[in-house]
Design a protein around this ligand. Structure first.
Ligand code: NAD
Ligand code: MG
Length: 407
């Protein structure tokens, strides 16, 4: 073990799918990590059990009532975890001087500010919250570069690409110091993002309007949170990941290929100029990329079963069709528009997905709401700071909500 001192970690979004998997990996490697803080928005009982098991210094919840309730539950069990609440407390545990690494696993734009604060404080950031890069990619990567923070991609595709890059490239990228011009000298030709295609890859497009939330939440390969599961069904998830990759790897959109690979065994690839394509493979289990980020530079036990090549289905690859996945086209369009177009795209998508999950709009309306919001919401011609982006996020949400009311 290279790091003899256990690393202090704050897990933002501890009760979610990524948060739970992170704690699972930590529980298999107790000598390497101290859980410093756990945060959750709801699911207080689940957070309580996690506090009992991992005994963090801090737990952060949404409001005072929940904080008091959790405090009493913990004291009854003689657990000394201090309970805090609110946005400022999320930032506090993300940037605390005793914290070595931060798992950024809050869902949606709500994860943006604490993740940015972790970057400002120079932390090692294990980045699952893709919305940080989609909403504020330039700003975030600039902050990482200036503060000496590092960012390690948890999203399985970006993690696979990261693992398939040469070591010197990986280290420069993690510190935000990578320049687009360096690609050619490193022999990298393009990045290939794989997508499962979600549950409706072969469904008749004419029946898409009848898709229910229950149908859309059933992902064929991955077990994930509700929002990202819907994003996978529309392939907006891949759109967000293309934007994520552009910022993370500092690469133009036209050097990114998207390939549908329904088996989700290859998690993404890097194409080199000599004809080589390097891939990272494994069973679809987020504990693998999480363990890779937690353990770097070492490999640690993730509890993931071995990939059995003899029972694995034949690996297939298909081109995504625009008419089946309009959200993917919209994401590329937002990237081309630049400035805060991806912030508008993300806000409209969050509102649309939420309304779909609540039975207010149809599956096919998700792309309609996003496209209309993008056409109605004016682009800024420069981005100076995070407040400006948050303001645009708010405006876009209001416009999307109004479009839904008028539908
Ligand atoms: P999830 O819905 O399962 O969990 C979200 C977590 O964030 C929960 O702990 C919740 O309490 C917290 N949260 C929700 N709203 C909040 C708010 N307003 N303020 C503070 N905390 C809040 O989500 P997930 O699937 O674990 O995804 C987390 C992030 O990781 C997302 O950005 C997602 O896109 C990304 N991601 C997830 C996966 C996956 O397999 N689940 C894969 C790649 C990337
Ligand atoms: Mg992914």
């Amino acid at each position: 073990m290279i790091n003899t001192k256990p690393q202090n970690i704050s897990i933002l979004g501890a009760t979610g799918s990524i948060g739970t998997s992170t704690l699972d990996v930590i529980s298999r490697n107790r000598d390497r990590f101290n859980v410093f803080a756990l945060t959750a928005h709801s699911q207080i009982e689940k957070l309580f059990s996690q506090c009992v098991e991992f005994n963090p210094h801090y737990a952060v919840v949404d409001n005072e009532n929940d904080a008091n309730r959790l405090h009493d539950m913990l004291r009854n069990k003689n657990v000394s975890t201090e309970v805090l609440y609110g946005e400022k407390s999320l930032s506090y545990v993300a940037s605390h001087q005793d914290v070595d690494m931060v798992m950024a696993a809050i869902v949606g734009a709500a994860g943006l500010l604490p993740t940015l604060d972790a970057a400002r404080a120079g932390k090692k950031i294990l980045l699952a919250n893709k919305e940080t890069l989609v909403v504020a990619g330039d700003l975030f990567m600039r902050t990482v570069c200036q503060s000496g923070a590092s960012v390690l991609p948890v999203d399985s595709e970006h993690n696979a690409i990261f693992q398939s890059l040469p070591e010197n490239v990986r280290l420069t990228m993690a510190s935000g110091k990578w320049q687009t011009e360096n690609y050619q000298s490193s022999g990298i030709a393009s990045l290939i993002l794989t997508a499962s295609g979600g549950p409706f890859l072969d469904t008749d497009i004419d029946t898409f309007a009848n898709i229910t939330p229950q149908m859309a939440l059933k992902h064929p390969n991955w077990s994930m949170g509700r929002k990202i599961s819907i994003d996978s069904a529309t392939m907006m998830n891949k759109g967000l990941e293309v934007i994520e990759a552009c910022h993370l790897f500092s690469i133009p959109a036209d050097s990114i290929e998207v390939v549908i690979h329904p088996q989700s065994i290859i998690h993404s690839m890097v194409r080199y100029c000599d004809g080589s394509v390097l891939a990272q493979m494994g069973n679809p289990d987020m504990r693998t990329p999480i363990a890779y980020c937690l353990g770097l530079p070492e490999r640690i036990n993730a509890g993931v079963s071995n990939l059995d090549l003899f029972t694995t289905d034949a690996l297939c690859f298909r081109k995504p069709q625009d008419e089946r996945f309009p959200c993917l086209r919209l994401a590329f369009e937002a990237l081309r528009l630049g400035y805060d177009a991806t912030c508008i795209l993300n806000a409209a998508n969050e509102i649309a997905v939420d309304n779909f999950l609540n039975g207010k709009i149809r599956f096919t309306d998700i792309a309609v709401v996003i496209e209309k919001t993008m056409s109605l919401c004016q682009l800024s011609d420069d981005i100076f700071n995070i407040e400006q982006l948050l303001q645009k996020d708010k405006i876009a949400r209001n416009i999307a909500q109004q479009i839904i009311i008028d539908m």
